[in-house]
Design a binder for this molecule. Structure first.
Ligand code: FAD
Length: 632
């Protein structure tokens, strides 16, 4: 067996003496073999091994222990216990004889943390200790540049599924069709549908929705359900639905068969008032051991054989980073010029690592509405009778508004008529064989999130109003045409975050699209039947709807992430096209796979957690297929 080369440290790595296959999940997952000699050399008692012995580079204040039988071995180590990582860990642990260790940079007890489990608290998690809180370049144009902090990403078991805003949508068939160019036929809608449905179990306890929707949950560990129809939100629901109908916006409950158009009651990762984060995939699995509050510094890759062996880890710090491309680059896999800048020895010149950073830019806006239509008093105004009422209801079986994620009504419109008004759009369409440059396969142009209170996570530049009721609308452009952004190294120090440039609005067409999307949303709310009567004003200032130049400035100033970054280690047919092959193995490296949001080659046309779970479910099956000895 070739000797591993220990990057960046002189420390030895005696423990994993024979590695059969390695995988990178968010950060990494390793299949190992022949631990017996290691175990016998390190055991402190017949049945306990201190993790500090297992992983000598951890300096954790707590002594984490795993129990190991005399003759057991660890089969897999998953690094990054997030949305994808835990799905894979949970699936691999379906064989009760397999032992899985999960290394997670954040806390490990998400399941028991009330702020994480209580849906109405979700927006308060921004910039908390459970948030990586990245500094991010949002816009970098010759005429405009903007850097923001924090950009939220989950740092807790369950990853971003522990902090996200719950909506569960699969995306359109047309967009998955575009994945074929990168992953081949097996990465298109029809073969992926079972994986989109496998992670969840759908509940409709009140039998309020079409029975056929049970198909969207295939018995998986994540309970999903339509938003509970909280009575306090009924007036908002009714009026918004009426307003949409009267302005010709379609209403539907089925966005799960490849077409996503219309206003829906959102399905969410909330069940019976509790967040269904992906700590659930590994909960109560006796053959999965979680090691929290450690993170990986780099992979150990043998230079001669280009074989991944293991990784070095360190105790956690407050700094976070977009981990996968950064870890690859720190380990010698990445664009040669980028690695040379930091004097990192090159193992594989993989030019797409860190490139193709995709996300949905969005512009939020807030309207003040009549008091009975907003939930602000119930959720945001501590000490008021309504807030007490909400707390009281939640304390009795997780009922009432605290159990809501508030993204209850979501619209997926096409706005061709609005776009056609723009000469720039018409020219772009004409030069694209007269096909819509954004959504040529019938996909929605936008996801419109209608939130019936002041949504601080979407409006962090403005103070939360101390009185009155509000609604927040997030206008997410789901098929932007700007050049993707990139992640580059900031330093060789693994604890420094990478440079993140989302590169929004590198193409003016995206500004025009969002401008029109805002106008469309305003038209529903200001002119739709019923709703117009409850709008009292705009907050914090008026939207300059009638002035294109001012709207451009508004979009540049007020746009923000919809929290869906992906694509920086994309799926591909070869190394000229991307980072991982259709089996999610890293090109030109043995024993290494990437399974997380970074492999997504074309961003889905909605919020992306369902797609990330899908990638992980498929990834788990791909791993199993390669290890038939333990997965018959
Ligand atoms: C605020 C917010 C709101 C969102 N809302 C929605 C929504 O409503 N609907 C939707 O569909 N999607 C939503 N998303 C997107 C969705 O949640 C994410 O795309 C998805 O969860 C990403 O999964 P992942 O496995 O790629 O990464 P994550 O789930 O983020 O997992 C990465 C994990 O790796 C850990 N980690 C990182 N580095 C290291 C290291 N070096 N060592 C050890 N561990 C490490 C992290 O702590 C984390 O647990 C939202 C995201 C955010 C942040």
């Amino acid at each position: 067996m070739p000797k591993p080369r220990y990057l960046g440290t002189s420390a030895s790595w005696p423990l994993l003496d024979e590695i059969r296959e390695s995988f990178l999940l968010i950060v990494g997952l390793y299949r190992t073999k022949a631990y017996k000699s290691f175990l016998s050399s390190t055991q402190t008692s017949p049945h306990d091994i201190a993790i500090s012995q297992l992983l000598p580079h951890i300096s954790t204040p707590n002594i984490h222990k795993i129990s190991v039988q005399d003759d057991t071995r660890l089969d897999f180590i998953v690094v990054g216990g997030g949305t994808a990582g835990n799905t894979v860990a949970g699936r691999l642990a379906e064989n009760p004889n397999v032992r899985v260790l999960v290394l997670e940079a954040g806390v490990g007890n998400s399941k028991d943390i009330e702020e994480i489990r209580t849906p109405a608290e979700a927006m308060q998690l921004r910039n908390s200790k459970y948030d990586w809180a990245y500094k991010t370049t949002m816009v970098k144009r010759d005429d405009y540049e903007r850097i923001e902090k924090p950009n939220t990403r989950g740092k807790a078991l369950g990853g971003s599924s522990s902090l996200n805003y719950f909506t569960w949508a699969p995306g359109s068939k047309g967009t998955y069709g575009m994945w074929e160019e990168y992953g081949g036929k097996e990465w298109t809608w029809d073969p992926l549908v079972p994986y989109l449905r496998k992670p969840a179990t759908y509940y409709d306890d009140e039998k309020a929705y079409p029975e056929e929707l049970t198909k969207i949950g295939g018995g998986g560990p994540i309970p999903i359900a339509h938003s509970a129809l909280i009575p306090e939100m009924q007036p908002f629901r009714d009026l918004l639905t009426e307003a949409c109908k009267s302005t010709g916006h379609p209403i539907t409950e089925n966005i799960f068969d490849g077409t996503m158009l219309g206003l829906i009651h959102s399905v969410n990762t909330i069940y019976q008032g509790r967040r269904s984060g992906n700590f659930l995939s590994v909960a109560d699995k006796s053959n999965v051991t979680i090691l929290p509050e450690v993170h990986s510094k780099r992979l150990i890759i043998d230079e001669a054989s280009r074989t991944s062996f293991s990784l070095l880890v360190k105790s956690s710090s407050r700094k976070g980073f977009f981990e996968t491309p950064k870890l690859l680059m720190l380990s010698g896999i990445g664009p040669a010029p980028e690695l040379a800048k930091h004097s990192i020895p090159l193992i594989v010149d993989s030019r797409w690592v860190g490139q193709n950073l995709l996300d949905h830019p969005g512009v939020p806006f807030v309207l003040r509405v009549k008091d009975e239509y907003g939930m602000d008093d119930y959720i945001l105004r501590k000490g008021t009778p309504k807030h007490d009422h909400a707390l009281n209801a939640y304390s009795k079986g997780y009922g009432g508004p605290m159990g809501s994620g508030f993204l209850e009504l979501v619209g997926f419109p096409r706005i061709d008529n609005y776009l056609e008004r723009s000469p720039e759009y018409r020219a772009a369409k004409a030069s694209n064989d007269d096909r819509d440059p954004f959504c040529p396969y019938g996909q929605p142009h936008f996801e419109l999130d209608f939130v019936c209170l002041f949504g601080s996570a979407f409006q962090w530049h403005y103070p939360t109003p101390s009185e009155g009721s509000y609604i927040t609308v997030m206008v997410d452009l789901v098929r932007p045409v700007s050049e993707p952004g990139e992640i580059t190294l900031n330093s060789v120090d693994p604890l420094q975050q990478a440079n993140i440039n989302l590169n929004y609005f590198n193409n003016d067409l995206d500004i025009i699209a969002i401008r029109e999307g805002i106008r469309y949303a305003y038209d529903i709310l200001k002119h739709g039947e019923g709703f117009q009567d409850i709008v009292l004003g705009k907050y914090p200032w008026k939207m300059p709807l009638h002035d294109d130049e001012l709207m451009k400035r508004t979009v540049l100033d007020r746009s923000q992430t919809s929290f869906h970054p992906c694509g920086t280690a994309r799926l591909s047919r070869n190394i000229q096209q991307g980072v991982v092959d259709p089996s999610l193995k890293v090109h030109e490296v043995n024993n290494l796979r990437v399974i997380d949001a970074s492999v997504v080659p074309v961003i889905p046309d909605c919020r992306i957690q369902n797609s990330v779970y899908m990638v992980a479910e498929k990834g788990a099956d791909l791993i199993k297929q390669d290890h038939k000895d333990i997965y018959a």
